[in-house]
Design a protein around this ligand. Structure first.
Ligand SMILES: *[C@@H]1O[C@H](CO)[C@@H](O)[C@H](O)[C@H]1NC(C)=O
Ligand SMILES: *[C@@H]1O[C@H](CO)[C@@H](O)[C@H](O)[C@H]1NC(C)=O
Length: 395
């Protein structure tokens, strides 16, 4: 050891001063930079701390649940081979319902329009009715009327001839905040959700970041004009759909990654159980395709970032702060749709890394149609040509 030190000091010349000089010059400004970085971090942590936004813990029994389910069949490249329908004319098409008699879909757009799009070949886009608000969920009535969950205006009925009638926008004295989705039973009763009574659509992200259950699942009876709260304290109440036999109604709870089932016929009438949970992403609208499958729009999978945010209120508080003064970090990925069978079993998943905020998925004929909040078109994919497949065993 000593010998080698000795030999090196005797044989190699000391490093030239020029080599150390930049080191020392760098050092004099490095310290203030380092200190100011620390100061900035501490200051922003303090500002976040002082911010009045108060995020709560999600129920720990839910977070403690096992990991999300993996679909047995997937198509992870939905954008490959898909078409854009109505490009430039369908701004943020949030929901899609199919009217087989007219051969059109109705879709709800950001500019207040409910548009009709020909899906039996024509592809014609028609401006149908403008609600003056922001239509989200849609339901086709049994006499050609359309029911609308308008985020700002509550539940609306639009007659076949395009006349708008406002049905309800409050329950138990609490106004709806973000009316989100609606479905209609054969007996005329409407079932619908208010995602969160505390925030309107502009601030829906705050409801999610706050982590408190402001969502409600309700019914409206047009014969009595009565609005009833069926389930309250939901963590962002979202899509609703009738079962094909009219025996239950499904409603999704976005931040719990699940959809519940409310029985309206048979022995279990009035009770609620879980229809599907541990979904691979956050559920939005749910639609029945008439062929034994429900399709659920998935705005984002449960990404690593969302997983952390769901677990730690402080992270959500930090994100809300960041969102207020700068821009919310993008935490969404692999949006798309999942298919579940009549028993709530996950059977397929269709997604793409390039997709965000897909809000609805529905299979019509051979095609999957996807609605979303960010694009100006509906995405259509031929499922015969691009099906979901089981992972290959050679992997
Ligand atoms: C449109 O196509 C759908 C599904 O392929 C079919 O069920 C429906 O009858 C068609 N409607 C018209 C008007 O052609
Ligand atoms: C969907 O793809 C299949 C297989 O390539 C094709 O036979 C069929 O005609 C396509 N359907 C439509 C409606 O384009």
């Amino acid at each position: 050891m000593a010998e080698s030190t000795h030999s090196s000091s005797s044989n190699t010349p000391p490093p030239p001063p020029s080599a150390t000089a930049p080191q020392t010059t760098r050092r004099w400004w490095r310290w203030p930079l380092f200190l100011s970085a620390i100061f900035t971090v501490l200051l922003s942590l303090l500002l976040v701390q002082l911010d009045t936004f108060d995020a709560a813990r999600y129920p720990s029994d839910e977070l403690a649940k096992k990991p999300v389910f993996v679909a047995p069949r997937t198509n992870p490249r939905v954008l490959h081979g898909s078409e854009k329908i109505g490009e430039g004319r369908l701004l943020g098409p949030e929901d899609i319902v199919f009217d087989p008699e007219l051969g059109v879909v109705y879709t709800s757009c950001e500019d207040g329009w409910i548009k009709r799009v020909g899906v039996n070949g024509s592809g014609v886009v028609e401006d149908w009715v403008n609600t003056g608000g922001r239509p989200l969920g849609l339901a086709l009535g049994y006499s050609g009327e359309v029911y609308v969950a308008d985020a700002f205006k509550g539940i609306l009925k639009i007659t076949k001839n395009g006349e708008i009638e406002a049905l309800t926008d409050e329950a138990e004295g609490v106004k709806f905040g973000t009316t989100d989705a609606v479905t209609v039973a054969k007996n005329g009763i409407l079932y619908f959700t208010d995602a969160c009574w505390k925030y309107d659509l502009h601030d829906f992200m705050l409801a999610i970041l706050e982590g408190r259950p402001y969502g409600r699942f309700m019914s409206y009876d047009p014969s009595t004009k009565e609005t009833k709260v069926i389930a309250r304290d939901l963590y962002f109440a979202n899509g609703v759909e009738m079962s094909p036999d009219q025996d239950f109604v499904i409603f999704c709870e976005t931040m719990m990654l699940r959809c519940k089932r409310y029985y309206i016929q048979g022995e279990k009438t009035g009770s609620i159980d879980v229809f599907v949970d541990r979904l691979p992403g956050m559920p939005d609208n749910i639609r029945y395709d008439g062929e034994g499958h429900y399709w659920i729009g998935i705005p984002t999978e449960l990404t690593f970032e969302w997983g952390l945010a769901r677990k730690y209120p402080y992270i959500r508080k930090f994100i809300a702060f960041w969102d207020k003064y700068f821009q919310r970090p993008l935490m969404e990925r692999n949006a798309g749709a999942v298919a579940v069978d009549l028993d709530g079993k996950l059977i397929g998943r269709y997604y793409d890394t390039g997709l965000k905020f897909v809000t609805t998925g529905i299979k019509i004929g051979e095609h999957l149609y996807l609605g979303n909040l960010l694009e100006s078109f509906i995405i259509r994919l031929n499922l015969t040509q691009y099906p979901a497949t089981a992972p290959s065993s050679t992997k």
